[in-house]
Design a protein around this ligand. Sequence first.
Ligand SMILES: Nc1ncnc2c1ncn2[C@@H]1O[C@H](COP(=O)(O)OP(=O)(O)OP(=O)(O)O)[C@@H](O)[C@H]1O
Length: 314
Amino acid sequence: MSVLEIDHLNKAYGSLRALTDMTFDVRAGEIFGFVGSNGAGKTTTMRIMLGVLAADSGEVRWDGQVLDLQARRRVGYMPEERGLYPKMKVGAQLELLAGLHGMSRDDARDAVRTWTDRLGVGARRGDDVEKLSLGNQQRVQLAAALVHEPDVLVLDEPFSGLDPVAVDVMSAVLRERADAGVPVIFSSHQLDLVERLCDRVGIVRAGRMQALGTIDELRSTDQERWVLDVDADQRTVLARLSQVPAATVSPGDGRTVMVQAHPGATDVTGAVLRAALELGQVRGLTPVRPSLTDLFRDVVSAQEPTATEQEVSR
Ligand SMILES: Nc1ncnc2c1ncn2[C@@H]1O[C@H](COP(=O)(O)OP(=O)(O)OP(=O)(O)O)[C@@H](O)[C@H]1O
């Protein structure tokens, strides 16, 4: 089966190590969500995948072959910096791009009509790009990535700035392309969307892949979590529970408190329960599975990279 392999990519910008052994794959028919905080290395990875940027070492392979210039024509790419000519008409620009990817004039015209209609900007084909709102320009940018019927889709933050209807249209298009056997990778900070849409997710921190798997796999961590409901003031509960060793507490909904055991810690439940009972009647201590946002916070926010961690050793 076709697979896009990102194999031990390393990249430094001067003394900043932007990528360290970045490794993962995107399989035919799946949507892969690429997430990480600002500056984690997602755009750098995607630019290297497209050959817009050279890696210091490592490879990108498609079907087992190093992705060369020819193969890259079969990739649909939506760059973060967007790349449309503001003073050119939407339709003419998309036809030009389709032609650059090897499509005949007639095929290009048909494909442009199909995709602009599908993405809700059919009525704007005759307008200069700069006359469109940012969200509509983004729809056109997605059409540019799709118009040549690519074998692979690489999209850098395709959902940012879209209204909910456009998000639904874009989501449906990505699912449809994946179902047609196209590997789809996109970066996003909208984790609820990633959780809903993606078959697998990679969480990047400081240029390294930190967690990789299906949402289910990632959620089955060894770090237990509970919602604690005690008949007491939330602030009092937080203050008391924060003294329990090997537990991290945070506010939940209403008067509840979220409790998370540190990795490998034992009998945290017992200690939490004892502390809670000192404060009032315990109405519940319910185990919960983490959301992607919880996992992201664990992996990324809880441990911001230090300057030395991302410095190239000399
Ligand atoms: N051309 C460049 N020159 C120097 N440093 C760069 C360059 N491009 C990116 N960087 C640095 O490399 C690191 C990775 O940046 P990158 O844009 O890949 O992150 P990102 O995960 O896409 O972030 P965001 O979510 O903010 O778009 C950052 O520290 C960034 O400042």
